[in-house]
Design a protein around this ligand. Sequence first.
Ligand SMILES: NC(=O)c1ccc[n+]([C@@H]2O[C@H](COP(=O)([O-])OP(=O)(O)OC[C@H]3O[C@@H](n4cnc5c(N)ncnc54)[C@H](O)[C@@H]3O)[C@@H](O)[C@H]2O)c1
Length: 282
Amino acid sequence: MDIQTIAIIGAGTMGNGIAHTAARSGFKVILHDIAESFLDRAVSTIAKNLEREVAKGRITANDKNAVLSRISAVTQNSALSEADFVIEAVIEDIETKLRVFEGMDRIARPDVILASNTSSISITKIASKTKRPDKVIGMHFMNPVPVMPLVEVVRGIATSDETYQMTKELAESLGKTAVEVNDFPGFVSNRVLMPMINEAVYCVMEGVGTAEAIDSVMKLGMNHPMGPLALADLIGLDVCLDIMEVLHSGLGDSKYRPCPLLRKIVDAGHLGRKSGRGFYKY
Ligand SMILES: NC(=O)c1ccc[n+]([C@@H]2O[C@H](COP(=O)([O-])OP(=O)(O)OC[C@H]3O[C@@H](n4cnc5c(N)ncnc54)[C@H](O)[C@@H]3O)[C@@H](O)[C@H]2O)c1
């Protein structure tokens, strides 16, 4: 299938990054959210990020305008019927995702692939809510999308080879590298990353080292560009806790239990950068 128009459902952090990347790669984008205010914020974020690229001399002001002109922002579902490929990036809530996929299954043409940017929810389960489970796949972009080269392409139990191949090709035409993984809780990225972050939180709780010391060990000793606790603050401590819960319940192994200090900090409303305080103050 010739993909020209990509629908992106959810215009938050990830949705606006995916829209930016897709429009910048020449695709027409239909960006959908539940309220105009979310769309306005997304479009102005994309414009600001493109402006930065203009300032750095990577694109011209004309390019910026052309990219923006390829994005149409909509709240009505009917506009989504023109999509050749759908990427869902709504909040990480299973009921919301299942509703969105049931709806998209009705609206999108039967040949259209429905991809989810979920960080941890089962692609197999999402697919089971549609009449096209062979055409449902995970397309896990990393934040910030315009910058990060990886797309973890997640195959559900019913995902067909053809769907995988087309998704991989689309990721490549967005300038990304697709890495194939299978659908298990946390996929590969969060299965490996989150237990490391959780262990770093245990080190704080047990007084093994301060947050600064732990981050310095991992930066200077392991060549990580950011320490695990600074990274957790960037991701959002509530998001980290949610993903640990998914690993713990999905894999049923106590080694994935969330650190009690992580729960406590989230209960206090210290969610990291977005709330101004996490392991560090911002
Ligand atoms: N933020 C990250 O670092 C990151 C990284 C990789 C993957 N993800 C995944 O990407 C997805 C989106 O995350 P985010 O950080 O962009 O969230 P976000 O909260 O910034 O944005 C979610 C958007 O979805 C919209 N939305 C909610 N219900 C909707 C519906 N029914 N229809 C249309 N829009 C709806 C919200 O209004 C909001 O604008 C999640 O599944 C998350 O796990 C996030």
